[in-house]
Each structure stands twice: as C-alpha cells, then as structure tokens.
Design a protein around this ligand. Structure first.
Ligand SMILES: Cc1cc2nc3c(=O)[nH]c(=O)nc-3n(C[C@H](O)[C@H](O)[C@H](O)COP(=O)(O)O)c2cc1C
Length: 393
C-alpha cells in the first residue's frame, strides 16, 4: 500500500506552476457543456487534430525544443520535435497520427493494444471529469481495435510522422481474462512482436487498473518471466528498438524497488512513470473530489484509474528517486503534467521525455501552450536548446 506520509513528504518542494485561463479555455468549457459525455469528447481528439492540421499555417514546435533521445542500451534513437509525448490512451485507434504534430506533440504512444479487438468495460459512463482536482477518473478497460489494425495504421503513418519529427510508439497490454501464465506470456509476446515491427518504441503496459484483473506489476514472479521472454524475443528482432515498462504510481517503496530490480535485471531500455493511480486508493492523494465520485469498475466495487494534476506531486519525486537508483534507464515521465515549466522540472529531474493526456481536457491548445511555456522557462534559465540537454545527452 502507498504510504500517505511518504507521498506528503516526498511532494514537499514540488511546484505546481499554474496557468491562467484565456478565451480558448472559455470555448473549451462551452464545448464541454455542449458535448457532455467525456468519452465522446475523447473520441473527437483525432478529428480535432486533423482539423488543426488542415488549417494553414501549420504550427510546429520551435526548433530549440527538438530532442533526440538516445538510449544507453543502444536502441534506435528517437527524434522528437518536442519532448512532450501523447500518453497511451489518448489515441487508442491509431487515427490521424501525423496530425498530432500540429497539436505540438513530439511523439504519440498508440494503444494500449491487445492481441484482439476489445470493447472495454461494458458499463457507461467510463470517464468522469473531476474538475476540482483538474483530474479525471476512467474505467475504459483497454478498448482498442487489436494489434493488427493498430500496427497497420502505424506502418502507414510512420513516413509522414517522421518528416514532422513525430515518433510513434505502441503500448502493448495483456488480454484480460487469459488466466494461465504461459498462455498470458504467449498472448503478450504475439502482440509485442507485431507492435515491434511497426513502431519506433514499445511500451509494455503492466499496470492497467481498469480491467478488474491483478496487475502484472504486482506479480513479481510473473513479471520476471514475462520480461525475460520479451527481452529474449527482442534479441532476434532488428533493428534494436527501445522497450519501456509502464508501472503504477501506487507501488509501495518495497514493491517499487522490487520492480526496479526485475526491470533492470531483464535489460529493459526504460520506464514510463506512471500509469493512472488506482481509484480505490484515492484517499492517499488527498483529493478535493469526494471518493464517492470515483467510478467503480467491477460489481465488486473496484475502481478505475485517476489521472491529471493530482498525480504530479508523486511523479516528480519518483522520477528524481528512480534516476538516482538507475542512472542508465530511460525515463518517460507521465502523470499530471499540465504546464511547460513542469516539463523542464521533469527533464531536470532526469526524465528523457514527458507524456501527458488529461491536460487536453482542461486547457485549450494545451500542448502548444506548454511548448511555449517550456521555451520561456528555458530562455529564463539560459538554456539554448533541448538537444543535448538532460540524461540522454
Ligand atoms: C481515458 C484514459 C485512457 C487511458 N488508457 C490507457 C491505456 O490504454 N494504456 C496505458 O498505458 N495508459 C492509459 N492511460 C493512462 C495515461 O497514459 C497516463 O499514464 C495517465 O493518464 C497519467 O497521465 P496524465 O495525468 O497526463 O493523464 C489512460 C488514461 C486515460 C485518462
């Protein structure tokens, strides 16, 4: 279990750079009042990206934000027009991928993908806004069109995306309901192999709190076996691409250290820190939102995942801690990033790149604004360019 005191203690000194609200944000609020279902709005994100991309002049991140992430294990580097990536879940269907560069992103992690298509959890609503915390609760349950469709779309989009310095990753997840350990490993391996052929980098989602199943990052023996098989499979695949494991932010200090040991022993390229925070444990985050407003996922009452601003106080100190423990692992920091100055704070803490998703529901043109804030923070500190800045330099 997470330790409240630890989250409170660790988060001392974390700065929540705040942002003002302009006309665009008012328009966003009006849009939310008109389209009340957050899931419908979430489906419109790709269309919005395509629309933005179609209207000249196409905006691109400032060239000083460009960053090539080089990996210690000599995986293929990825070149990002901005260090801000769209986190998994923001584009589950691999739609309009190159257009996301016009929103300001330097990469998109597509998925999570499972071996076959899935509708996700059967109940509605599956997403709820928690505006008092600028956060969100979701219980989507890994809805996606399956790895074959996702990988085919990524294949098609790769050339146009690379011309815009937009890297494309695929997040790979296990199929809920596969009980037998060997069958589960075979299932993830098959998805991994197909994803690997298409994407620039792979994320292994071992921490989904939304399916009602035991998460893989809480089953240490299984995780050890799974990562051994995945990394063994990578040896026979060329070129060598980065494989990052995405873990949950609620691991206890002991479980986190155990996961780090397993991950570094397996020779994994890096970590994505973190997935959503299990809603069952919302009290540890001391949210303004009452716990009763967090969605249940199963009839047994298990709750989905929390995302957004409330997570940041855990994300930053965790990146600092893990960078100290494992200086050679790549880190994509994720959880509550909603301001460009936070991006620089995370890069300073040791992140190689930063991911976000929930901020798109609270800030109009969020990533373009965050890119500008990042550039302003760099200029204020005399940093000329991000290439060559940070741990991957
Ligand atoms: C609606 C929704 C769906 C998500 N789906 C996935 C997913 O399929 N795979 C995954 O690894 N993470 C998923 N996530 C988690 C995000 O990638 C990210 O880790 C989390 O939202 C924290 O970042 P944020 O605070 O910037 O949103 C999802 C998040 C949301 C809000």
């Amino acid at each position: 279990m997470p330790d409240t005191l630890k989250i409170e203690q660790r988060s001392q000194g974390v700065v929540h750079h705040d942002y003002g609200r302009g006309l665009g944000d008012l328009m966003l609020e009006t849009g939310k009042a008109l389209i009340r279902n957050p899931e419908t709005r979430h489906h419109l994100l790709g269309t919005y990206a395509a629309f933005t991309d179609a209207i000249p002049p196409r905006s691109r991140p400032h060239s000083d934000l460009e960053k090539t992430v080089r990996f210690h294990d000599r995986s293929m580097p990825i070149t990002l027009a901005s260090p801000i990536m769209l986190a998994a879940g923001g584009n589950k269907f691999a739609e309009h991928l190159p257009a996301f560069s016009s929103l300001g992103f330097g990469a998109v992690t597509v998925g999570s993908a499972t071996s076959g298509a899935r509708d996700g959890n059967p109940f509605r609503p599956r997403m709820r806004m928690l505006p008092r915390d600028r956060s969100m609760s979701n219980s989507m349950g890994l809805n996606n069109p399956g790895i074959e469709t996702i990988a085919t779309e990524v294949d098609k989009a790769l050339g146009a995306s690379h011309r815009r310095k937009l890297a494309l990753g695929i997040s790979v997840a296990d199929t809920p309901g596969v009980e037998d350990a060997d069958a589960k490993i075979a299932d993830v391996l098959a998805t991994f192999r197909r994803a690997y052929r298409a994407a620039d980098y792979i994320e292994l989602n071992v921490s989904c709190p939304n399916t009602g199943e035991n998460r893989m990052d809480t089953q240490e023996a299984f995780l050890t076996d799974l990562l051994r098989e995945i990394m063994e499979a990578r040896k026979s695949l060329a070129p060598k691409k980065a494989v990052l494991v995405k873990i949950s932010p609620d691991l206890s200090a002991r479980a986190l250290d155990a996961n780090l040991q397993i991950i570094s022993d397996a020779g994994v390229t890096g970590l994505v820190l973190f997935n959503t925070f299990p809603g069952d444990k919302a009290r540890y985050l001391r949210m303004a939102t009452p716990e009763a407003d967090i969605l249940p996922v199963t009839s047994a009452g298990a709750k989905g995942g929390l995302s957004g601003r409330i997570l940041y106080k855990n994300t930053l100190p965790a990146v600092q801690y893990i960078r100290r423990q494992l200086p050679k692992l790549a880190i994509f920091a994720c959880g509550g990033v909603d301001h460009g100055a936070k991006v620089l704070d995370l890069l300073d803490a040791g992140a190689d790149a930063v991911q976000c998703y929930t901020v798109l529901a609270y800030r109009w043109n969020a990533v373009r604004k965050m890119n500008r804030e990042l550039l302003d923070s760099m200029r204020a500190r005399g940093i000329q360019s991000l290439d060559g800045y940070g741990p991957s330099a």
